[in-house]
Each structure stands twice: as C-alpha cells, then as structure tokens.
Design a protein around this ligand. Sequence first.
Ligand code: ARG
Length: 463
Amino acid sequence: MSNKSSNQMWGGRFASGPDAIMEAINASIGFDQRLAEQDIRGSRAHAAMLAAQGIITDNEAAAIREGLLTVLSEIQSGNFEFSAALEDIHMNVEARLKDIVGEPAGRLHTARSRNDQVATDFRLWVRDQFDAFETGLLALINALLVQAEQGADWVMPGFTHLQTAQPVTWGHHMMAYVEMLGRDLSRVRDARARMNECPLGSAALAGTSFPIDRHMTAADLGFACPTANSLDAVSDRDFALEFLSVASICAMHLSRFAEELVIWSSAQFRFVTLSDRFSTGSSIMPQKKNPDAAELIRAKVGRIFGANVALMMVMKGLPLAYSKDMQEDKEQVFDAADNLMLALAAMEGMVKDMSANVDNLAAAAGSGFSTATDLADWLVRAINMPFRDAHHVTGSLVALAEKQGCDLADLSLADMQTVHTSITDDVYSVLTVDNSVKSRVSYGGTAPAQVLVQIQRWKDVLK
Ligand code: ARG
C-alpha cells in the first residue's frame, strides 16, 4: 500500500514519500475507519455552513454533501478501499470524495484541520456510546427491579467478610445494585452533558480567519454549543477519559454482582439457578453447568480499567495543543465501549433469566447464628442492658448453642437463664429470621416494607 510519491494531502514540501515503517506507525486507518459515519456527518455539516456563510458556493456544497453520501454508502456496503498511504479516515474520505466530485472536494477543508475534525468525530462517537451506556443501564436496572419486587420478602443471609452477618431480604440485595447502577446512570448523564460541545471550527489550534458560524455546525451535529477555546478543543480528550472512568466504575459494580452470581450458583451455595441460555457446559465433565458469562463480566473491568489507565498515560504531560500521541486515544476506547455494552447486556440477560432458590436462601439465612444481633438488641430493649453488656451476654449464648450443636432458637429458656436470669420467653420472637428482617424498618433497611418503598421510589425516578 506504500506510496513512494509524496502525500497528496500534505506532500507539497516533501521530495519523497514515507518509509514503509513510517507509514505503518503513522497510519490510523486500520482502526479509525470506525469513525467514518461521524466523519462524514461532520464534513456535511461543515460544507453546509461554509455555503451558508458564502465561503463556498451552494453548488459546491451540494456536490460535496451528495458526494459524501456516496462515500458513506461505499464504506457501509464494504465497497471502499482504505489506503494506509492516506493515513486516516479523514484523508481517505476526502480523497475518495475528490474522485467522485472533483474540484469542489478540495474546498471542503477550508477553515478546518484534521485536529478539530478528529476531535469532533471522536466526540460524536463517544456521545453515542454514552447513549448506549444509558440504555444498557436502564435495561439492567429494570431487570433488577423485577427481581427485587418478586422477592421483596424472601430471606437470605447478609454477609460481611463473606461470613454470615444478619438476615436480609432478596429484594434488599437486588436494590443495592440498583443504587450502584443508578449512580452510574447519573454519572453517565453528567458526563454526556459536559462533553456535548462542538470542537469543529477550532481549526488546527488557533481558530480561523474565515467568517465561519460555529453555532450552526454545533446545532447541526446536535451539540449544545461550540467549545469556547480552540486550543483546549483540539487537545483535550477528557471526555473520553470520563467515559472510561464512568465505564470502569460501572464495570467494577458489574464485577461484584458477577462474583456473587458465581458463588451463588455453585453447588455449595445453590442460592440461584442460572438459565441454560446464560450458562455453558464442560467438554470433559458432563455434570457441569458453568457461569461463564458471570466470570467474563467479572473480568471485563480489567480491560476497561486498563483502557482508562492507558489513555490517562497517553495524555499525561502533553503540551498544548494537538500532538500525534493523541491518535492513540481511539482503540482503547473502542474496545472498552464494546466490552462494556456486552457486559451490560449479558448481565441483563442473566438477571432476567435467573431464579432464586427461595428455600435454600431461607435455610442459609437462619444458619450461622444470624439473629445474634437481634438477641443482643432484645436484651437492650427488654431488660435495659447497655449494648456492650448485651453483646457479651449474647456471645455466651452463641457459645452455649455452639456447644450444644443447635441454633439460638433451640436453646431452652432454662439454659438461657443460666447465662442471664432476666431472659424471658419473649426472646424467642426475635430469633426467627422473618421477624429479624421485618424489624429492620429504619430508612434504607432490609425490612420488606422498606424495600418496597425503595422499589417504588426508583420506579417513579425512572418513569
Ligand atoms: N489521525 C489523526 C488522529 O487520530 C488525525 C489528526 C491528525 N492531525 C495532524 N496534525 N497530523 O489524531
């Protein structure tokens, strides 16, 4: 593909073409062809504006705009020959436009540079990804709300340190992820609003002397306004970094739920059954049903956060304005976005399909002396014991039950009274798992009544 004559776009001062290695390191067409649609959209808006401002004629603009649609359809149908000698998507499109419409093509690059062009294309692309991100989050949140509502009062063990802590409800656990993903959603919306400014017309770095209308192109491309500093506009990629950091946080959230699904679907836990549609088998062990989707989602945060770190390092220390380093911004973002959308969709599918094993959840909820805190709270309430003393007394009762090999509720009243004489029959009412969760009615607590309040709040928010 190497072209030994000098470059047709910028080769005026060059006597020879680039070395093959130079071409290989310089070309971005191998990946930035993914920006073709955005590039053509931006160029069509630019051409319309140039004509509206009398910088090119209406006929020239019409030829350019029509020709660009032809280029787009060639690219979309796979009938386009990309050339590494033409470096990137911008020059590949413009060169083909020249083949199709001739001289007017050469006027398209008036009052712009590839620097503002690529900044615009990439913003348009990342903005679409923010929108897809939002759609994926909403779908997953809705799937979690369905799970939470049907199991608002199903009891299960709540863990700290992955050790049984206190009983909680299935609905409460699902809603914990709704809260996390809800914050992700709010971060997506914030970041999208912040990045929705149009760099086009910043030109190479300093703006232009042509009488352009940047508000017109910004509006045409759906941006809220033009960017206010041309140096900044061509040289920052913080919008992509915000996408990657919001994506990393979300992927981290997904990885935690994925990990829980891996644990919960194991033979030792059997808290949930994942559907066949979202499980895989083993080629050697016929009994296996593996939670591969959950494991892969758990892993995605690695590459997504890796992309975040990589782009941060590319940008670090770059002087203003554009530097070619910034061509390295794209592949990581493409990869991270693809994998994030896949992870969100796979998680949504798994959540929709999974069924909780309610009996196993309930049995596990009552094991491990999970109502010990309820007992201590009862000692405080019923016999006005300071909590620290109640904690100690309860510890002795747990030790006694452990010695007898039974649960707290199975200790006789006489045995309990050997630990503390004031304990009465009433204590048994707080030792059941159902009463335990029902009692936790504090705002945001695990009681089914509270969970239903939060489900309703989210339904209203998402309406
Ligand atoms: N392919 C380049 C990129 O992705 C386009 C901008 C090139 N600008 C330049 N001054 N060489 O960053």
